[in-house]
Design a protein around this ligand. Structure first.
Ligand code: ADP
Ligand code: MG
Length: 327
């Protein structure tokens, strides 16, 4: 079973950023309103995610790590089929098979919780009491310490840190209601307070995208025939490194999509300059039945039922908003 987990780990555990994404999704699933991420060496040496969610029952702690997975993989030949189905329900098992993982959790406010520790294939999930406030802490050390082949694919500390940072930013812009902090090598990188007011949201956007973005940004909020587009767009001229300042969410989920990027690019190119990267933080909201988010296992892709309608709505809304400020 541990071997199966290591194989499975290739699906969800590619690098520190993917570990963090899985851990944070678990925290949000558990209803957390505060996420604290601490990493060392770009996350290669250590990843610690602490949340204030509902926690895990003592009896469920070993299960959370052991639960698999194996029923899905009977032979290597199945791997391809599994990959296309998408792999859910084994993030913790996968991570713990390729790292030293400690899971500590408490369900109440007694200050008392429980802890299990696993180290690679050594599945000694011994349960021990541990002090912990309500919520869960997952501590992941020495990623890929027992899988040198996979370890080779890790990039420099700086590159891995950048990917972690990108993951945190993408999440931060989708959950203004949750406070999020990131520390790297003991130093604070982000400390984002929760808040759903316009001022609080714009403060967070400025923290994530930089003050220059917010100073140049135009706020838009357009609603037509069941579609709503809101957020901030900025003239592409304000900074050189804005290629990464493109955040697009469909019903709260970060996505990359050809229909979307085409519509956005055309609207910008039409009104502003050609050949530059537009910068934007945009949220498209529509009837969940009009969009299929399960096209791709990582769920970064979507399929719109009426992509023509979505394209024209995006293009039209952005074009009008941009033309208003720069006729
Ligand atoms: P999945 O999230 O797909 O169920 P995971 O391996 O990511 O699979 O997590 C296994 C289980 O462990 C979850 O279903 C959940 O019950 C529990 N769990 C994991 N992380 C947390 C957390 N931060 N807070 C509460 N429960 C958690
Ligand atoms: Mg999960």
């Amino acid at each position: 079973p541990r071997l199966a987990n290591q194989i499975a780990a290739g699906e969800v555990v590619e690098r520190p950023a993917s570990v963090i994404k899985e851990l944070l999704e678990n925290s949000l699933d558990a209803g957390a309103t505060r996420l604290e991420v601490e990493i060392d060496n770009g996350g290669i040496k250590r990843i610690k995610v602490r949340d204030n969610g509902g926690g895990i029952d003592k009896d469920d702690l070993p299960l959370a790590l052991a639960r698999h997975a194996t029923s899905k993989i009977h032979a290597l030949e199945d791997l391809e089929a599994v990959a296309t189905l998408g792999f859910r329900g084994e993030a913790l098992a996968s991570i713990s098979s390729v790292a030293r993982l400690t899971l500590t959790s408490s369900r109440d406010d007694s200050g008392q919780g429980w802890q299990v520790a696993v180290s690679g294939r050594d599945m000694q999930a011994a349960l021990a009491p541990a002090a912990h406030p309500r919520g869960t802490t997952v501590d992941v050390r020495d990623l890929f310490f027992n899988t040198p082949a996979r370890r080779k694919f890790l990039r420099t500390e700086k590159t891995e840190f950048n990917r972690v940072d990108e993951t945190i930013k993408r999440l931060a812009l989708s959950r203004f209601d949750v406070s999020i902090s990131l520390r790297h090598n003991g130093k604070g990188v982000h400390n984002l307070r929760a808040g759903l007011g316009r001022v609080e949201m714009e403060r967070r956007v400025a923290q994530v995208c930089g003050p220059a973005f917010m100073q140049n940004a135009l706020h838009i909020d357009v609603e037509r025939s069941g579609l709503r587009l809101w957020g901030w767009v900025a003239e592409p001229a304000f900074s050189r490194s804005q290629a990464d300042l493109q955040f697009f969410y469909v019903n709260g989920r970060a996505i990359r999509d050809k229909v979307v990027s085409h519509a956005v690019r055309r609207a910008f190119a039409d009104v502003l300059y050609h050949g530059r990267h537009p910068a934007f933080v945009l949220y498209l909201e529509l009837d969940p039945a009009a969009v299929d988010v399960n096209v791709h296992p990582t769920k970064h892709e979507v399929r719109f039922r009426d992509s023509r309608l979505v394209h024209d709505f995006l293009f039209g809304s952005l074009h009008r908003a941009l033309a208003d400020v720069r006729p």
